[in-house]
Write a protein of this length. Structure first.
Length: 289
């Protein structure tokens, strides 16, 4: 498929007031694209758009609200006349805990945002993207194919996003449009800093797993990788790049890693402690209520 010229294109990015979404929006704008910055907080979306430049608008919308995403696309088309690109980036992570101790509403909220939010974005953007031979980028994660211990809803949502992106690319090909799935490791965002540096579960897993698993990249580098992937119409976008080889070998490596973790006494101790911490936090919350 031919390279994709970003100059003059119109892109809608969710979760774009900060982090990877903002950097992707900023760098697309620098390539000549007009930008719709979509974020949950309307004021933050508008402020981010102002920082990006003249050809950017801010739209407050909840990705879990299908009607709000349809309205966001309509507003983008009304302002710029077309929509060529959609980057379904908005996502959240739960506080690390085992599946049996995680509150069901927390588990389901992650699925609502990370999976159904992506679906709502895709569904709203598809008519315009198909008509104008554009692209959709679905942001997954390395968690789509790594063991999501302590983060089961996050892993489940990202694996589902990958599973949505693959057939979508094939289905869009007859129309000259395409879809890509982006897989990020640990990007130095507030969500990652909260999960790894401030929560006990994240700290424990960093002690148990190889340090290379937790090496972080800058948000600027993550945004650049997404933009380059769009220009190349790449089916898969990885940051850091070397994780593409782990993904390619997942059928061999995953059973090995799963078995090792299942038998590792240190992992078992960390999981028991995570459950104890969750119980203690629940008791503290009840006593302070």
């Amino acid at each position: 498929m031919a390279a994709y010229d970003l100059n003059g294109k119109v892109a809608l990015i969710t979760g774009a007031a900060r982090g990877i979404g903002f950097e992707t929006a900023r760098q697309l704008h620098a390539r000549g694209s007009s930008i719709a910055v979509v974020d949950l907080d309307d004021d933050q979306a508008r402020e981010a758009a102002e920082r990006i430049g003249e050809r950017a608008i801010g739209i407050g919308a909840d990705v879990t609200d299908a009607g709000a995403m349809l309205a966001a696309v309509a507003q983008t088309v009304e302002r710029f006349g077309v929509l060529d690109l959609a980057v379904a980036n908005a996502g959240i992570a739960p506080e690390g805990s085992t599946t049996r101790t995680m509150p069901p509403e927390e588990w389901e909220r992650v699925i609502d945002v990370n999976l159904l939010g992506v679906w709502n974005t895709v569904r709203a953007a598809l008519p315009q993207v198909s008509e104008h031979q554009g692209q959709i980028v679905l942001v997954a994660s390395l968690a789509a194919f790594l063991n999501g211990v302590l983060l089961s809803p996050y892993a489940a949502s990202k694996a589902a996003v990958e599973a949505l992106g693959r057939p979508l690319r094939v289905e869009l090909a007859p129309w000259g449009a395409s879809a890509s799935v982006a897989y990020f490791g640990w990007v130095d965002t507030e969500m990652v800093r909260q999960g790894l540096d401030r929560e006990q579960g994240g700290k424990r897993m960093q002690e148990l797993l190889p340090k290379v698993f937790f090496r972080r990249i800058k948000v600027e580098d993550a945004g650049a990788v997404v933009v380059r992937g769009i220009e190349e119409r790449a089916p898969r976008i990885f940051a850091p790049q070397w994780w593409r080889y782990v993904s390619a070998l997942r059928g061999i490596l995953n059973p090995i890693f799963d078995r090792r973790m299942e038998r590792d006494a240190r992992v078992a101790a960390a999981l028991r402690q995570a459950e104890a911490d969750k119980a203690a936090k629940r008791e503290d919350g009840a006593s302070n209520a």
